[in-house]
Write a protein that binds this ligand. Structure first.
Ligand code: PEP
Ligand code: MN
Length: 333
């Protein structure tokens, strides 16, 4: 249930109402917007007398929220969420390009790519140290050493690190990581999500291979209901009957999610297509469609990449794309 307060209500009256609602056993989420204050009531609201609340002098309107997701529901937070990672802002009109290799392969590689993508305008770098691979015989990442190389690249460039955590046991190694990525295959690892909810760190939550938008939002809810509100969602393509692309980029998910939630939406055209040539057109389409950012795989030597070389752009290709993205932002922003 949400309670919209009238404009200009005093803090004292607001506090009295909140205390009364809390006494009914409800958790109250307060969203102080520019134009209105919205109280989101979380819990069993059956004992709340809607007519009584609506009749209060300070209340503008009361609505029941039927969706099962509450913390990430736009009805609870009419304003866009802006996630801050150091100086970098994502959402609410702040667009971010995240770029880097699929996997961290060596110190030289990640430092070189980080410098190149920074020069092209990326504001954060990506790079997997713990890699989920379909085959147990494939390169699964440099693990703790990879995280150390990412930190060296951050020191050299100042770019915050976005990297995937696969297992709760590895969490202590991620203390000094800037954004923790939850990969598609872990989108419904509920224990992991709960644990991330207890952290004070931004999370990039990727949509599962065959998950609906509601399921994605319920996974965000797991993180947020445990206290961590700094969640960014990522559309990275889903399984369909497409035969020539790795996945199908669900671009309609971007405006749909913007309606449903206030969280920033990032698009990953690399995993969505699996083909480097298709990355620029899909990145541009996602930008035009209202994404708050892009996460793009860039490798200095794609042919010899240990993972996902076929979908990786070369640094110069990324730089060319970044120019086009800025041009599109200039038109739509
Ligand atoms: C990745 O970003 O490298 C990755 C493994 O992505 P996804 O979880 O979307 O497959
Ligand atoms: Mn990859």
């Amino acid at each position: 249930m949400i309670v919209v307060l009238k404009h200009g209500v005093s803090d004292e009256k607001k506090a009295q109402l909140i205390a009364w609602l809390e006494a009914l056993g409800l958790k109250i989420h307060i969203s102080n917007g520019e134009f209105q204050t919205v109280l989101g009531l979380i819990g069993d609201t059956t004992s709340v007398d809607i007519d009584l609340v609506e009749s209060l002098e300070i209340v503008d309107s009361v609505k029941r929220v039927t969706e099962p997701f509450k913390c990430c529901n736009r009805k609870f937070h009419p304003d866009d969420m802006i996630v801050e990672i150091g100086d970098v802002k994502v959402g609410g009109g702040n667009f971010v390009m995240i770029a880097g290799p699929c996997s961290v392969e060596s110190e030289e590689q990640i430092v070189a790519v980080a410098k190149a993508v920074k020069a092209a305008g990326a504001k954060m770098m990506r790079g997997g140290a713990f890699k989920p691979r379909t085959s147990p015989y494939d390169f699964a990442g440099l693990k703790a050493t990879g995280l150390e190389y990412l930190k060296i690249a951050r020191q050299e460039t100042g770019l915050p690190i976005v990297t995937e955590l696969m297992n709760i046991m590895d969490l202590p190694l991620f203390e000094d990581v800037d954004v923790i990525q939850v990969g598609a295959r872990n989108m419904q690892n509920f224990d992991l999500l709960r644990e991330l909810g207890r952290m004070n760190k931004p999370i990039l939550l990727k949509r599962g291979l065959a998950n609906t938008l509601k399921e994605l939002l319920m996974s965000a809810e797991y993180i947020m209901a445990n206290g961590n509100e700094r969640v960014m969602l990522c559309e990275r393509g889903i399984r369909t009957f497409s035969d020539y692309t790795r996945n199908t980029l669900d671009l309609a998910a971007v405006p749909m999610l913007h309606q449903l939630t206030h969280l920033p939406i990032i698009v990953d055209p690399s995993h969505a297509t699996g083909i480097a040539k298709l990355v620029p057109p899909m990145a541009m389409a996602a930008t035009a469609g209202g994404a708050d950012g892009l996460i793009i795989e860039v490798h200095n030597d794609p042919i010899h990449a240990l993972c996902d070389g076929a979908q990786s752009l070369r640094p110069e290709e990324f730089a060319e794309l970044a120019d086009k993205i800025r041009a599109i932002r200039g038109v739509i922003a």
